[in-house]
Ligand binder design. Structure first.
Ligand code: GDP
Ligand code: MN
Length: 304
């Protein structure tokens, strides 16, 4: 046998355009997953972006819940990849099991969102996202779609719609459906408060903080007066309206792969007093990449 073959990739021939379907651009869909939701999976299967161009990557914690989710995920994957119609099958699928324990065993929404738990939890999430990103990003990846495991409803054209903006980072507005007891009807409310525009108050707060302290959004104890995309939604307005953002969430987030290849990742440590996805937006910005929000383009988070 001769020497091992050398594979060459010209990164400048990997296109990242506003028409990724026509240009056959590869999309990496990355999901950190603590629980398996059938609605997430069904929605994923309905995405109309050509599945043969999509690689799926998952990372799950080694907890009891993570084990159960892994089993369910593998079952669903086998259904599609082995027995599904050719059009349904994805290019490839990678499942990672985390090599560190989550800091907080309980995953209830109220427990998760306690301010005191945020720093450790967000740091662990940042590490999970980085592990997933650095082991799956390929030389032929054009786009990375971050999609949380509890995003249960998006337009089927999500990838095409977000990519059509051709921005380095593009974020839809994440809402949650719920039963409104007062109105006795289904209703919806904003969910993801990590998509924001910075404020002088937040800057001022940060300037007085210790170097290891972080700013958090959506907590009454820490009024930042940032402008939240969650509240910028206008019924009936153009779904393609753009707003610049300084912080982003990771519930659904489309990133040009070159942003990650430049080195933008999810800091597990306070970076300008920001952590995880919000720190990522800041790091991208320091590298010259601006985040864009689509306040009228909605996706929906599961309601526990
Ligand atoms: P929230 O919606 O901001 O409260 O955050 P979640 O708890 O929903 O977490 C965000 C995403 O990370 C979801 O897809 C979760 O399933 C997933 N997740 C939560 N905790 C962990 C963890 O410890 N490890 C991994 N790998 N994923 C997690
Ligand atoms: Mn969630």
């Amino acid at each position: 046998a001769g020497p091992p073959p050398v594979t060459r990739y010209n990164l400048n021939s990997v296109t990242i355009t506003n028409d990724p379907v026509a240009n056959r651009e590869n999309v990496l869909v990355l999901t950190p997953m603590a629980r398996f939701y059938q609605e997430y999976w069904d929605n994923l299967l309905k995405l109309s972006y050509p599945h043969e161009l999509i690689t799926l990557g998952f990372i799950l914690p080694k907890t009891k819940e993570g084990n159960a989710a892994t089993i369910e995920l593998q079952k669903q994957i086998a259904k599609i990849q082995k027995h599904g119609h050719e059009k349904e099958r994805f290019k490839s699928i990678i499942i990672l099991r985390q090599d560190f324990d989550p800091p907080i065993p309980s995953q209830d929404e109220s427990e998760r969102h306690k301010m005191a738990n945020q720093k450790a939890r967000r740091a662990a999430m940042a590490k999970a996202r980085n592990s997933l990103l650095f082991t799956t990003l390929g030389p032929d990846t054009s786009w990375v779609l971050w999609l949380d495991a509890d995003i249960v409803e998006t337009p089927p054209t999500l990838i095409q719609d977000l990519a059509s903006h051709s921005k380095p980072l593009t974020v839809p507005n994440c809402f949650q459906r719920f039963y409104n007891a007062e109105k006795k009807a289904m209703d919806e409310r904003p969910y993801d408060f990590n998509n924001w525009q910075d404020s002088p108050t937040a800057q001022e707060l940060a300037s007085k903080m210790g170097k290891d302290d972080i700013l958090l959004e959506g907590y009454a104890d820490m009024a930042t007066y940032r402008a939240l995309m969650a509240y910028m939604y206008e019924a009936g307005a153009d779904i393609h309206t753009e707003v610049p953002l300084d912080g982003v969430g990771g519930t659904a987030l489309l990133v040009k792969a070159e942003v990650h290849r430049d080195g933008a990742m999810f800091p597990a440590f306070p970076f300008y007093h920001l952590i995880e996805t919000e720190g990522f937006a800041k790091m991208a910005k320091r590298l010259g990449w601006q985040a864009t929000g689509l306040p009228n383009y909605k996706v929906y988070h599961y309601n526990e």
